[in-house]
Design a protein around this ligand. Structure first.
Ligand code: ZN
Length: 273
């Protein structure tokens, strides 16, 4: 899918693209995140992708449908917001939406509704959505935009897929990278592959701060425990967990990533067994 217009949020883009290629996009998404995280951009991109009539990656950005969507004049893409600024979508607006949803699309195969600040809707307005989310017409798509998905009723949430955005440039990429690194380290430890471990551990570059290192070691311990709980090499994994715990203590002191990686390798391969 062509989601490059959304800044950052690589993981979300990757997941949605995979989903589109695999089982296909869902009929209802909750797109949550703080202001500036690209909620509206993503909602428009998703909606456009569903209405796009171009070839190749969607939204193509050049077909008539994409152009209308970009200008906000696509008859099958409707943005619903409160009747005045700062006011949430009211229950009678949801009822009107419900009536509209049963009228077949004008041009495309689908009808896309973007709901603005949906977490501000009161419970009766949210409840009015439920039936539509559950058994609305197959062509209807609901893109529910929220500052905080926690403000939505559980019954609404359980009927939608959730996509949480983070403002570009904030910590998501590091979190994601950190988890990947923890997974790689755990895999190397489990496979008892010294070269692999050395190589991965080198990524623990000396610039990583103390908090970063502690967070990484927490993830590593979690990952090792997960592997041990599955049917990994338990003895080896538990030994690694023990070692990681010791290192975590050391990480609170003033050590750098290079030292830690050395200790990790030494602890796993050199110590008497
Ligand atoms: Zn298109």
């Amino acid at each position: 899918m062509n989601l490059f217009a959304l800044a950052g949020n690589e993981r979300v883009k990757e997941q949605l693209s995979q989903q589109e290629k695999g089982r296909g996009l869902s009929h209802a998404y909750i797109i949550s995140g703080p202001a500036g995280s690209g909620r509206h951009t993503l909602a428009r991109l998703l909606g456009s992708a569903m209405l796009c009539t171009g070839q190749g990656e969607k939204p193509c950005g050049i077909c008539v449908s994409c152009q209308k969507a970009a200008k906000g004049i696509h008859p099958d893409m409707t943005l619903i917001s409160g009747s005045e600024p700062g006011k949430p979508i009211a229950v009678d607006q949801v009822r009107a939406l419900r009536a509209d949803a049963y009228i077949r699309p004008n041009e495309g195969e689908r009808k896309v509704y973007l709901l603005e600040d949906a977490d501000q809707m009161n419970p009766s307005a949210q409840n009015a959505m439920l039936k539509l989310l559950e058994e609305g017409p197959a062509y209807a798509v609901f893109l529910i935009i929220a500052g905080n998905a926690g403000g939505l009723l559980q019954t609404v949430r359980s009927r939608c897929e959730e996509t949480a955005l983070i403002p570009a440039g904030e910590t998501e990429e590091t979190d994601w990278e950190r988890r990947k690194l923890a997974e790689k380290l755990a895999a190397a430890l489990e496979r008892a592959s010294e070269p692999e471990l050395l190589e991965t551990a080198m990524a623990l570059d000396a610039k990583r701060g103390r908090e970063e290192l502690s967070a990484l070691l927490d993830l590593l311990e979690e990952e090792l425990a997960l592997r041990a709980a599955r049917d990994g090499d338990r003895r080896r994994l538990m030994r690694a967990v023990e070692l990681v715990r010791k290192l975590r203590g050391a990480a609170k002191l003033n050590v750098n990533g290079g030292q830690l990686s050395g200790w990790l390798c030494a602890g796993m391969f050199d110590a008497p067994r």
